[in-house]
Write a protein that binds this ligand. Structure first.
Ligand code: PLP
Length: 505
């Protein structure tokens, strides 16, 4: 492709991207294709001769778009959101136009310097303590690929700190702590690094938050058994219910274990700190005071494209002590003199994408007010949804709504005698009916044996009418199940049969 062909194809790409975004509301939310659809449609090998780009661009529309789930669709309420903003698309375009791996400051000074700046900007808008700013030159922030990478990097740093301080401790005696509600990233870090992981129980009574007493008992047991607690993952905004671990209590226990690294995973909820009114309830003061590292994914609920996981550490040297491997060919004047950051020593890979550009574009284009408005709009819509669930005769809220998430389930007042197994069966049927529809995407979870539905609001295009539409179709689907249950069980001893549709809408 020469420059003029690129210009033409580029204009067409922008036009098609605009059309795609304009037509989102009319598209099915979830892809309707069957597994293997693409292999059947595409040739079994790459072409020997290069093809005309128009053909390739048309095939993207024909084969790829139908296989996409549209996460920006106004009726996408599944998982946690991710963003695609026009500012971000342009940033990604510019970043790819100068493709470079920016691992050292000298490899491309702007990449490193912009990352250091936007990590301070984001720290500032979230209200993080200045100790985490890059300008502190003690702590600092770095953009990682994912929250899983962030926790892995923090674990490596914590392990290396622990072993440095306790050179005679065997790696197999180190223990990493998670709870039953921690994202799988905790177990994965243990798996990758070959570390023992202890999973602590949390209860519905405590809103699925880790309490200090539970931690205290576990740490004492492990130390008495000859193990070495070295890493704890606390969560602010768990995946299943948006729970917030009691970081104040945890810190009170952890202070007796000076080399126990506290990492807070706030992959989804952390961006809500942009609104000062949520800082207290979601434990920002404890994060600022106690934690060694903190992560939030701006690429989830923070108007940044995948990938943009922000990791801040209180002491950057723990990262660089653990991860600095510098052969001659990576040496540079400023790296040697430590007068500039070489981000390759702050993460696992060497080369890195120019991710800070999309942060810079989005932060400037939206401003703090734009970010706050987006977050509060989502929370307001969720409050509206939750209110309907509270008032409903068909549904009930399972855990207190958290920011823009409501966890609920069918609990029809007309079927008051159903126990947990029957309600779980009913709700599995309910979820199956929703999952079979193409006009909504919503996901399920299990909270200590209770099957429930997670409603998460995050698409920028979602408005009140979309919430009303979601509620209406949920009621329709729930009523089919209630009628079926009443029909076969008289509403008293209903059999665990649910009508799962073969149709899709
Ligand atoms: N932490 C929490 C609380 C999450 O909900 C998720 C994903 O939804 C993750 C971590 C994983 O994020 P990532 O895909 O960036 O590793």
């Amino acid at each position: 492709m020469d420059v003029e062909q690129f210009r033409k194809a580029g204009y067409q790409a922008i036009d098609r991207i605009c059309d795609y975004h304009d037509s989102l509301r009319d598209r099915p939310v979830s892809s309707q294709v069957e597994p293997g659809y693409l292999r059947k449609a595409l040739p079994s090998s790459a072409p020997t001769e290069g093809e005309d780009f128009q053909l390739i661009a048309d095939d993207y529309q024909k084969y790829i778009i139908p296989g996409l789930t549209h996460w920006q669709h106004p009726s996408f309420f599944a998982y946690f959101p991710t963003s695609s903003t026009f500012e971000g698309i342009l940033a990604e375009l510019y970043a790819s136009s100068t493709s470079n791996p920016g691992f050292n400051w000298s490899a491309s000074p702007a990449c490193t310097e912009l990352e250091a700046v936007v990590m301070d900007w984001t720290a500032q808008i979230l209200g993080l303590d200045k100790a985490f700013y890059n300008t502190s030159e003690v702590g600092g922030g770095v953009i990682q690929t994912s929250a899983s990478d962030s926790v892995l990097v923090a674990t490596v740093a914590a392990r290396s700190r622990y072993i440095r301080e306790h050179p005679h401790v065997a790696m197999e005696d180190l223990v990493l702590y998670t709870t039953t509600q921690t994202h799988s990233l905790g177990k994965k870090a243990g798996l990758v690094l070959g570390l023992k992981v202890r999973t602590l129980e949390v209860t519905a009574h405590d809103d699925f938050a880790l309490r200090g007493d539970t931690l205290k008992v576990a740490l004492e047991e492990d130390v008495n058994a000859g193990f070495h607690p070295f890493f704890l993952i606390g969560t602010v905004g768990t995946t299943s219910s948006g729970a917030v671990d009691r970081l104040d209590e945890i810190a009170d226990v952890a202070k007796h274990y000076p080399f126990l690294w506290l990492h807070v995973d706030a992959a989804w909820a952390g961006v809500a700190f942009v609104c000062p009114e949520y800082r207290e309830a979601y434990q920002l003061p404890a994060i600022n005071k106690y934690v060694d590292s903190f992560c939030t994914n701006f690429h989830k609920w923070g108007l940044i494209h995948v990938d943009g996981s922000c990791l801040w550490v209180r002491h950057r040297r723990h990262l660089t002590d653990a991860l600095d491997v510098t052969p001659e060919f990576l040496r540079s004047k400023h790296g040697n003199a430590a007068t500039a950051i070489d981000y390759r020593n702050w993460h696992l890979g060497l080369g890195r994408r120019f991710r800070s550009l999309k942060f810079w574009f989005a932060l400037r284009a939206r401003g703090v007010n734009g970010f706050q408005k987006y977050i509060t709009d989502c929370i307001r819509l969720n409050a509206k949804f939750a209110q309907h669930i509270y008032e409903s005769d068909l549904f009930s809220v399972v855990t207190k709504p958290s920011l823009a998430m409501t966890v609920f389930r069918m609990a029809p007042k007309s079927l008051p005698h159903l126990g947990t197994p029957e309600l779980n069966a009913l709700n599995r049927g309910f979820h199956a009916r929703l999952a079979a529809r193409s006009d909504i995407a919503i996901t399920q979870t299990d909270l200590n044996g209770v099957f429930c539905i997670r409603m998460v609001i995050g698409a920028e295009k979602t408005v009140e009418g979309d919430i009303e539409h979601a509620l209406a179709l949920m009621k329709d689907e729930a009523m089919v199940l209630v009628r079926n249950w009443e029909g076969i069980g008289g509403g008293r001893r209903g059999r665990k049969t649910c009508v799962v549709p073969s149709h899709s809408h």
